[in-house]
Ligand binder design. Structure first.
Ligand SMILES: C[S@@+](CC[C@H](N)C(=O)[O-])C[C@H]1O[C@@H](n2cnc3c(N)ncnc32)[C@H](O)[C@@H]1O
Length: 220
């Protein structure tokens, strides 16, 4: 089970969705273009289809749309996050580039071999059934496609500034973040990846976060 999960019932889900939108627009705002740039530099995929998994208010999708030619689908199972995402995409005038999709990552309405790139920030920690999520991601990924799934704050400087600002809220953000990126949770995620169909993957962990890179091999 995830170490903590605010998305358990409708009321908590709504509260979490509104809070995420608020911090994505303010304290977290600078990290999304930085992470989008890192995704672009790591994978070199700037056109085709990209799915943002657990997209919340769509800040990463919006940053990717601004700096690439990707056609994006922003998946989130929360009806509240989905409604917020629709509003944010419209507000940015990106309706023809980003489509918010209300779905669980373990059961997505996409054909096999659909996406060139699948990204996800700050969501994997909450996936209830990690093995079926990774199986589904692998199913939807195109041969030759890649993933950038995990959590992070872009740079050490941004991370430190965010932790400082979040500490003022006194809501246990730092403790929750440490647990999410802690060894027990990393082991849980790695075990699920090994049990899944994902096959070869790379998991990196550093000061700027942890990221899972799955590559679906081209059929030989
Ligand atoms: C902490 S928010 C991160 C939002 C966004 N990626 C960001 O970094 O701003 C996590 C999001 O993952 C979504 N989520 C959690 N489990 C999910 C699942 N199984 N399927 C789809 N979305 C999920 C939640 O509804 C929430 O919007």
């Amino acid at each position: 089970m995830p170490v903590d999960n605010p998305y358990t019932d409708d009321q908590n889900d709504q509260k979490a969705a509104l809070e995420m939108d608020e911090i994505a627009r303010t304290i977290f705002a600078p990290i999304y273009p930085v992470i989008a740039e890192q995704i672009k530099a790591t994978h070199g995929i700037t056109a085709g289809t990209c799915i943002d998994l657990g997209a919340g208010p769509c800040a990463l999708s919006i940053a990717l749309a601004r700096m690439t030619d990707l056609r994006l689908f922003a998946v989130d199972k929360s009806p509240h996050s989905h409604a917020i995402a629709m509003g944010n995409v419209k507000e940015q005038g990106l309706e023809n580039r980003i489509t918010p999709v209300k779905a669980d990552i373990s059961n997505m309405p996409f054909e096999d071999n659909y996406a060139d790139l699948m990204v996800s920030r700050g969501s994997v920690f909450f996936w209830e059934d990690l093995v079926s999520a990774f199986n589904e991601i692998y199913r939807v990924l195109k041969p030759g496609g890649k993933t950038h799934i995990g959590g992070g704050f872009g740079t050490v400087e941004l991370k430190n500034a965010i932790f400082e600002k979040m500490a003022q809220k006194k809501d246990g953000f730092e403790e929750r973040s440490k647990k999410r990126g802690g060894p027990e949770n990393m082991k849980r995620i790695k075990t699920a990846l090994d049990e899944s169909l994902a096959g070869k993957y790379k998991m990196t962990q550093s000061d700027i976060g942890f990221w899972i890179h799955i590559k679906k091999e081209l059929a030989s």
